[in-house]
Design a protein around this ligand. Sequence first.
Ligand SMILES: C[S@@+](CC[C@H](N)C(=O)[O-])C[C@H]1O[C@@H](n2cnc3c(N)ncnc32)[C@H](O)[C@@H]1O
Length: 397
Amino acid sequence: MSPTQTLTESGLQRRIKLHLHAKPQLFFAVCAVGFESILEQEIRGLKEAIIVQVVDGGVEFSGPFHLIYEANLVLRTAVRVLLRIQTFVACSYPELFNKSCRIAWERYAGLKPLLGFECSANTSRLHHTDNIIKTVYDAIKEIYGDFGINPNQSDMPDTSFYIRMSRDQCTISLDSSGELLYKRGWREAIGHAPIRESLASAILGYAECRKFSRIVDPFCGSGTFCIEAIHSLIHHAPGLNRKFAFEKWPSFQEARYHYGQKKIASQEMTASAVSVVGSDISKAAIQAAGENGQRAGVSKWVSFTQSDCVESLRKNGGRDMLVVSNLPYGKRSLDSGEIGPLYRTFGQAMKDNMKRGSRFALVVPDESVSDLLKLPVSKLIRFMNGGLPVKLIMGDL
Ligand SMILES: C[S@@+](CC[C@H](N)C(=O)[O-])C[C@H]1O[C@@H](n2cnc3c(N)ncnc32)[C@H](O)[C@@H]1O
């Protein structure tokens, strides 16, 4: 097909400035189901963000285009941030094709489009995800054909589009994060059943970790809770040491991004009044936690020691403390019969050693074994961790 329009780099940049940089945009931050209120709080803390709606698994918000840089750099509980492109009704493939042809794809994918697609569909007339992707891709080829450009699909795309069909509504978004945001770049050493960094952060936020003078994780594994707690206490932005998908966008404003990055880095504090302690019975886990702590730059604020959980509580007990932990579970641990006695003695040790003003926030299996802790649970959130149904139980002692 011969081109019917010319598109130069400078022409494209003019369109991007006019339609993307100069206009408010809509974003969607994705988080673990159950922790949306913590993500919402975080987004309220972004100066230029306006919350649009909170839905299961995420928060929609609006603001200037460059807000997407800050969101990726600072949000602790989000796993991905999307730029919303278009939402429309599509009840048939021709309708999906025609409406997709109205999108100015070149603003998002540039002059050398290397594209990837993710699609989900539910309760819609169009529900075959491969066909939905094919139809949208055909529309993209049609639009690029006008400029004499051939787009390519790739497993390592520069631009990834997310297509969601729900109740016949098609929402097309652009992924700005790339690798999921819980990958902060510091966790190379992994222990048994680690918790995602974003989930650990959400739990710390939910437990209001800033209110306590001491934070203890007696089953610290690779040290996730302790490291995330310190980063939050010293205002260390989780995304400072990693790359994002938006850095490959034609609309990427490199100078503006680096300016924002420096400003965010300069807000980091050099001291924390809260003592953070991690312990684990496994020598290998403590070694991994120490290495991770070093990579995360928090070694001077955290102590990781090898110890049984009961011993750890005896040593670190006191007032105004937060015990936050991901307890041992999983089929192997449950079947071995060791879990029952462990939960019983750990629950008792908490009641004996955590004094006035203390709180617990524990991730435990979603099974009755957690009753053996005999703790006064006031809040409960069910979620999945590592493919297993678990629950967060929280309460004050
Ligand atoms: C589910 S893992 C914790 C994972 C951790 N939150 C992370 O992100 O890496 C449970 C940990 O409990 C430890 N553990 C098991 N029994 C223990 C005990 N009696 N005292 C202390 N730690 C114990 C295991 O070595 C394991 O590292």
